[in-house]
Unconditional design. Sequence first.
Length: 576
Amino acid sequence: MKVLVGAGSCGFAAGAHKVMDELEAIQDLQIDYEITGCIGMCHLEPIMEVHEGDEVFRFVKVMPEDVRPILEDFRNYENNRISTEDADSLVKQPRVVLKNCGVINPEDIEDYIKIGGYEAVRACYTSKTQEEVIDEIKASGLRGRGGAGFPTWFKWDAARKSPGPKKYVVCNADEGDPGAFMDRSVLEGDPHNLIEGMMICGYAIGSDEGVVYVRAEYPLAIRRLEKAIKDAKAKGFLGKDIFGIKGRNFEMRIKAGAGAFVCGEETALIASLEGERGMPRLKPPFPAQKGYWQLPTNINNVETFANVPWIINNGGAAFAKYGNESSKGTKVFALTGKVKKGGLVEVPMGISLREVIYDIGGGIVGDRPFKAVQLGGPSGGCVPASLIDTTVDYESITKTGAIVGSGGMVVMDDTTCMVDMARFFLDFTCKESCGKCTYCRMGTKRMLEILERITEGKGKDGDIELLEELSYKVKDGSLCGLGQTAPNPVLTTIKYFRNEYEDHIYNKTCTAKQCTALIRYEVDAEKCIGCTVCAKACPVSCIKGELRKVHEIDQEACIKCGQCFQKCKFDAIRVY
């Protein structure tokens, strides 16, 4: 019997460490357990699996008190057992990037070797030329999964052909989008797969050194990647004369970044690697020609590299069978927001947003109406309910005004204020701007001020047109992708939800009832029974009334915290 515990960041946040402590405390059953990464079902953590032969018994939302009963009768124990619906949702997902996450122990290199780990790179070193490797990547149709969707083979080929005494492979693991955690989960759950993908790229372009630029806010990912690099070196898979091949070398190291969102842009990332402030440079020359230390450099993100070993093992044509004509393969999304089953999903490109949100994500929390989905994080845009049948591919999503981006997918229901949503994302990009470009530095600040004024009920005629004008100037006048895409949330919300902007400006109302300056709380006299619960919950004591008599809210003193609305059990508090 083998016991696995999901020990990714989401698992630990939900209490996996307490489950592990309980497993260690149970001495009489002599249980040896192993950790694994996130399988993607973050909404069901902590997850514990019992393996007996080829059978797998998966239990979800496991608390310490559930551990012993599960172990003593795991075949018949019904509490905490994963539902058929959730199990089917996992089966529906073709797993390429996430194939090992939640399956192997990420801290045990032997687990990775048992499933064929490092065989793809060994095959490249022993039986393939550089051109053959790049041709296989070309045949796969793999495009960069970091946002722009640039053909991976083209970048590799450009770096291979660029002359230089030394070349570098850089992995962009600076995942900074709010609501995105795909790269983190791969690093935590399958670090050797990333190493192997980078090694194959190194062979293809003629590089003997790789650098992983990862944000310092990912301590677990860094720790596991460090151990994976150390174990790979001990096995002779990294370092000098790898796999016993004389003169075949590849070194790897980790650079922990300070968490600047702009360092997701490749030239800003390179500047940070070199010890400079993370600010973008003019292109061309491109990194493939002059990158890290002015030498040819190939940069891809974690998910892009994680596809590579599977492609080499199974062939580019097998990968290209997934997806559609323009976008091949699978894509990992972090499904978050007002969706029932939040977590990681890996779906074939070309699937519709409806299928992702409803068939895999289970629909909207509380079965409320679906309103929009934010794709691409702060650099993306909002796709409205009317376009829910849009296919998930680079071109189709771009036509809506959003972008696929690195894979953040934030679902919103009818309680979401789209003006406030635009304000939230612009506040993020405004703070993360490096300040190099005047349009990005000042333009985003002016746009944010207008949005803040609108959500505070101080909007005025012409604000919408001014936002649009500033948006296009910021897009045209910015050097890097941060400024060029920062206005996307504003432009898409104006395009699809202009009526909400007009309500805020002209009617001084927020239809979603989220902007505190534009709402008020009142007591429904017909439903109030005078229980005093709302008065006790009010932090500023603005609710007055005697026991068993109708209460009143002092509108001047009310800070609109919503505590009365949340605490009332009789639906006697109304929001206007």
